[in-house]
Design a protein around this ligand. Structure first.
Ligand SMILES: [Zn+2]
Length: 162
């Protein structure tokens, strides 16, 4: 992905007030991120792990989503990330919930999806971070997996913006 500055990240959120966006905790070493290996920038708030953020480029502009992880996941044998389709232990996939953009979000409306708990989808689809469980999509090329990840993330963003 194209690099992002701290100011661009703070200015990108569609479901936070300006005050909230100013106050959020950015990931350590943001400006040194390895942008070539990322489809989106995602991180858990280092001081409040139930809060998470992801930022992607959309129509040439950075677009940020604030997420919350309100509940722990179930106890089934494995769980899939809905963005990158990596199979994980249930504890490594989290139901993240995003307030909808605009007045719907201020009224308390949210949309949710299961995402890798560490928000490292980009690294999993490229094989840059090992996975503990056997993977159904492992025969698919990394570039194709990254493209599908981007498509699924776009569909989730559509739901937040709808
Ligand atoms: Zn994932």
């Amino acid at each position: 992905m194209e690099p992002l500055t701290a100011a661009a990240v703070r200015g990108s959120f569609v479901n936070l007030s300006k005050t909230q966006a100013k106050a959020l905790n950015l990931p350590a070493g943001l400006e040194q991120s390895d942008w070539d290996t990322l489809d989106y920038l995602g991180w858990r708030d280092p001081k409040a792990p139930a809060r998470a953020y992801l930022v992607l480029w959309r129509d040439g502009k950075p677009l940020g989503l604030a997420l919350r992880a309100p509940s722990t996941s179930g106890s089934r044998g494995s769980a899939l990330c809905n963005l990158c389709w990596s199979a994980h232990k249930p504890s490594d996939v989290v139901l993240f919930v995003a307030p909808r953009a605009g007045s719907a979000g201020r009224d308390g409306n949210t949309v949710g999806t299961y995402i890798c708990a560490d928000l490292a989808c980009s690294l999993y689809v490229r094989g840059l971070r090992p996975l503990e469980l056997p993977q159904g999509e492992s025969m698919v090329e990394p570039a194709e997996r990254a493209r599908r990840l981007t498509d699924r993330l776009g569909a989730f963003v559509d739901r937040v913006l709808a």
